[in-house]
Design a protein around this ligand. Structure first.
Ligand code: ADP
Ligand code: MG
Length: 257
């Protein structure tokens, strides 16, 4: 069953066709990587799906509902979450308080006339922190966290809204290779254990090939390939876009790192 269906989505900025007639599906419980060179249109795609940007044409369907043109808040309420960079108040609270705040704002949204007390969220916050391996840090000031741990807490905050589909545009930006691998492995585990669908972008091919169930490739606004790791690795047009003809992913990956 398809969870998210993107149909002939297009967006231009002036003369630049940032996203050009792109169609793809994310199945329920699927961990789908979107890759492509800088400027390929990945973030533009994400921002149309989460409602930040209105498409010029095409449509976006989630669980048979048409999301096209809905506001970010409505899309989020329908079960499509995304990771945010932490807010400026993040450092002034403990790790646990930050997750409780996210739970509180979710509850306020859902139960307008019955607002559970903040204390009620403590246990749920601890459970979410446990899922991302940060329970021990619940009472530490967030400002003391290492960068990789902030990313884990961002993930716990995104999960506070109980998304059925999670959008993650460059969740590992700025992380060291080892940390990237660990964060994506963690997300993959959540996908498997909780049946959440995830659409993510990631620059490290090693990480993408190791963890993605399926990979779609954008280049200059167009979707040029859709397949599993082996199919993408051997795809002539993908190799051309990334490395020029003749090179293989293995050689290029070795040369790049
Ligand atoms: P990616 O995330 O794959 O690196 P983007 O979606 O950010 O690519 O960008 C796709 C193209 O659209 C690029 O040529 C970029 O310069 C252009 N673009 C993206 N956002 C805007 C914007 N707000 N205004 C003008 N051009 C934009
Ligand atoms: Mg981008």
């Amino acid at each position: 069953m398809s969870d998210l269906s993107i149909r002939a989505l297009s967006k231009a900025f002036g003369g630049v066709r940032a996203v050009n007639e792109v169609s793809f599906e994310v199945k329920r419980g699927e961990f789908l990587a979107m890759i492509g060179p800088n400027g390929a249109g990945k973030s533009t795609c994400f921002n149309m799906i989460n409602g930040q940007l209105a498409p010029d044409s095409g449509s976006i369907w989630f669980e048979q509902k048409n999301l096209t043109g809905l506001a970010p808040r409505e899309i989020w309420r329908l079960g499509v979450g995304r990771t945010f960079q932490v807010a400026s108040t993040f450092g002034s609270m403990t790790v646990g308080e930050n997750v409780q705040m996210a739970l509180l704002s979710h509850a306020n949204e859902i139960y307008r006339y019955w607002r559970p007390a903040a204390a009620m969220h403590r246990e749920r916050a601890l459970a979410l922190l446990d899922q991302v391996g940060m329970r021990e840090a619940a009472d530490r000031p967030s400002r003391e966290l290492a960068y990789g741990d902030v990313k884990r807490v961002e993930l716990a905050i995104a999960l506070a809204n109980d998304p059925r589909l999670l959008l993650m545009d460059e969740p590992t930006a700025g992380m060291a290779p080892r940390e990237r691998n660990d964060l994506i492995a963690l997300v993959k585990r959540l996908v498997v254990e909780q049946g959440i669908s995830v659409l993510f972008t990631e620059h490290s091919m090693d990480v993408v090939f190791a963890f993605a169930d399926r990979i779609i490739v954008l280049a200059r606004g167009r979707l040029i390939a859709d397949g599993n790791a082996a199919e993408i690795r051997d795809h002539p047009q993908v190799r051309e876009v990334y490395f020029g003809t003749g090179k293989t992913f293995a050689r290029a990956a070795g040369a790049a790192s």
